[in-house]
Design a binder for this molecule. Sequence first.
Ligand code: FAD
Length: 446
Amino acid sequence: MDKREFLKSSGVILTGSLLQRYVSAEAQTDRTNWAGNYTYHAKNLLSPKTTEEVQAAVKSCATLKALGARHSFNGIADNPLNQISLKQMDSIALDEKARTVTVGAGVTYGLLAPYIDGKGYALHNLASLPHISVVGACSTATHGSGNKNGNLSTAVSGLEFITADGEVKTLSRQKDGERFHGAVVGLGGLGVITKITVDVQPTYQVGQAVYENLSIAQLEKHLDEIFASGYSVSLFTDWQNHRITQVWIKRRIEPGTMQKWAPEFFGAPMAMKKLHPITGHSAESCTEQGGVPGPWYERLPHFKMNFTPSSGAELQTEYFVPRDKGYEAILAVEELRDQITPHLFVTELRTIEADDLWMSMAYKRPSLAIHFTWKPEWPVVKEILPQIEAKLAPFNTRPHWAKLFTVPQPRLKQLYAKMPDYQALVGEYDPKGKFRNEFLNTNIFG
Ligand SMILES: Cc1cc2nc3c(=O)[nH]c(=O)nc-3n(C[C@H](O)[C@H](O)[C@H](O)COP(=O)(O)OP(=O)(O)OC[C@H]3O[C@@H](n4cnc5c(N)ncnc54)[C@H](O)[C@@H]3O)c2cc1C
């Protein structure tokens, strides 16, 4: 079947240059997400190069979903017929006066960070890996760590997107108040974002040190202090022996100062060699440790840009609880340790500052996030998740939108006070549900 015939059969009407940038399912190589646990159903992939082409693509499709860098673990970026990838829209425009940078939707943090650093600027935080797109990450409230660091979406100050009727819309933090707060963590529901503007600040250096074997008992009295011991702090555990296997502390180094690292941290000794968060894995792919100062973007992520991050085939889940209930929540999960550990690569605990973004997991709540990197054993993992969710239910836990969870929609609705407003906002920009998919229908619209 030739291109035109195939498109006709799947209800897509493309003309001109966009026709050249269409790929049918048979011709696509990357039909799974990054982890390989989810195969996209979309038959067609559109790869526009310009805003006009995005508009034409949106107009031509009755149903469509934007795809970022494919790092989500569920069907949040899927569509039964059409996906659109803006990978080729990779412009970067720094506005030094406004202290912002505006990027095309194809830009990843790995591309953006060295560019702005070279011009003397930085972002406030990064996730554990730089391979994700800025738009895809901010659409799902992706976060790093740090008591005073909001998730990556909190840096967003402007959006340009194409609504269901093919119109270009812009929203900004300055002009659009609550509507903007509703749109930033948009879960791909409002339209296809073509450009995103984020805040920048003067560049800074970070040193990172790792300590081993911290007793979980230390968290009872010192959880806040431990997470405040650096600009960004991550605790890793396998849930055995009532201990945190590794503490990763990332500290900002102010110009002209030297960072002193104590040989011990709440009874945990500093690691004598570079470590991977998963015990026994090679640390070659990890960012520099031992307190050696380096640019923010080479220390805030755990993994280097040029290496395959983490362990490859894996599953992830993550639950957000109020930070002041963090210790109790950790103990509640620990009760399941013997079910969890055999199927786990590693758990990571991080903190996130509260924010005002309606669909953010940290909405109005300083949070502790309890993350699980699982072995690719979905049949077992899917039995464990409801047990963890039951243990965490008393803490009103919110699951990460881009990872795996089983919390049902009525419960999600209770956890997000602004969900009805978000539903209304989606309805305004997309009245016929062009950008809705199974994920949104199940978890948001119920
Ligand atoms: C190894 C690994 C490590 C991770 N580490 C972290 C971490 O440290 N912290 C954390 O919070 N998360 C983490 N994640 C999860 C990851 O940050 C999220 O899945 C993120 O959404 C991925 O972005 P993406 O560019 O791959 O987008 P995708 O997964 O492709 O899409 C995500 C969402 O964004 C929407 N979207 C993408 N582009 C557009 C667009 N142009 N317009 C409108 N909507 C769009 C999609 O429709 C979808 O709803 C990790 C994932 C992996 C695989």
